[in-house]
Design a protein around this ligand. Structure first.
Ligand code: NDP
Length: 287
């Protein structure tokens, strides 16, 4: 049976390490790091994410500022708000909660964030730096994936890895990071023809698709490491809420073959916020 990669416990350890660093800054009369989270409109899921980011900041002693903007805000006004934060000395990190309402251009807005404050690592300058191997802000979820592997002493170098999903926020940066760690990386997506075979040949499987139970347990190679980034809601009449969260991978079956596996929830999810705090501290220390 696979060892469970406990992202919840690991993220608590990392969050307390960060809290200690922040306390050292405060004790030496320096400003604590500051994170601004911009939320446009009233998407309920976004509100939950923003609330949990604010809570994590408070726990770590990081100053946080929520900038809640009207769903009808113009592109120009949104850019103005971002520029205000670029010039605000209390703020080291700026995060624009996605998705934005349809009339706004996400790429233009992300590019308006100063690369020095881009703690989500989505600015094209930082994306480019990641690909050419320069120090940069690594996007939080991909950074969390690598951090789990490293903290559990799982070797990456020379391994065959498949990343299923090629989004800008998860799949592509995860693949870049695995390659940086010397894995041989295959990126799969919706047009990939032979996914079961690719997975069967992989020592490391990272799934970021967003489809419940899509990766079958019997595709997993004996002893492979499985990182399930997917978060999917499925009906569950036995739960008081009527639903439960599951990953992209058939967890029970895959656990019988894998050496290590992340659960959903409690795997990559909690690591994402820990990495946001880590990037915010990095932005402060880099100043
Ligand atoms: P996207 O929808 O942006 O990307 C999904 C990717 O999966 C696409 O590249 C798509 O391919 C690929 N895909 C879809 N269907 C198939 C298929 N049949 N076979 C192979 N590949 C397929 O999603 P995200 O990257 O934003 O998120 C992926 C999952 O990760 C979601 O469940 C999301 O909720 C979760 N997530 C979790 C986070 C966390 O833990 N904190 C953070 C971010 C995301 P194509 O490009 O060809 O369309």
């Amino acid at each position: 049976m696979a060892i469970i990669l406990d992202g919840k416990k690991l993220s608590e350890t990392i969050n307390s390490e960060i809290a200690e660093e922040v306390k050292k800054l405060a004790d030496s009369s320096k400003d604590v790091p500051g994170l601004a989270v911009i939320i446009v409109g009233d998407n309920p899921a976004s509100k939950v994410y923003v609330a949990s980011k604010k809570k994590a900041c408070a726990k770590a002693g990081i100053f946080s500022l929520e900038v809640a903007l009207d769903k009808n805000i113009t592109q120009e006004k949104l850019i103005e708000e971002i520029q205000k934060l670029n010039n605000d000395d209390r703020i080291n990190g700026i995060l624009l909660q996605l998705p934005l309402p349809k009339h706004l251009d996400e790429h233009v807005a992300l590019e308006a964030i100063s690369p020095e404050k881009d703690v989500d690592g989505f600015h094209p300058t930082n994306v480019g730096k990641l690909y050419i191997g320069l120090d940069t802000f690594v996007p939080c979820t991909p950074k969390g994936v690598i951090e789990i592997l490293k903290r559990y002493n799982i070797s990456i170098s020379g391994k065959n890895a498949v990343v299923v999903g090629r989004s800008n926020i998860v799949g592509k940066p995860v693949a870049a990071l695995l390659m940086k760690e010397n894995a041989t990386v295959t990126i799969a997506h919706s047009k990939t023809q032979n996914l079961p075979d690719l997975v069967k040949n992989s020592d490391i499987v990272v799934s970021a698709i967003g489809k419940p139970y899509f990766i079958k347990g019997d595709w997993i190679k004996e002893g492979a490491v499985v990182i399930d980034v997917g978060i999917n809601s499925v009906d569950d009449p036995s739960s008081p809420k009527g639903y439960k969260l599951v990953g992209d991978v058939e967890f029970e079956e895959a656990s019988k073959r894998a050496s290590y596996i992340t659960p959903v929830p409690g795997g990559v999810g909690p690591m994402t916020i820990a990495m946001l705090l880590s990037n915010t501290l990095k932005a402060k220390l880099r100043k």
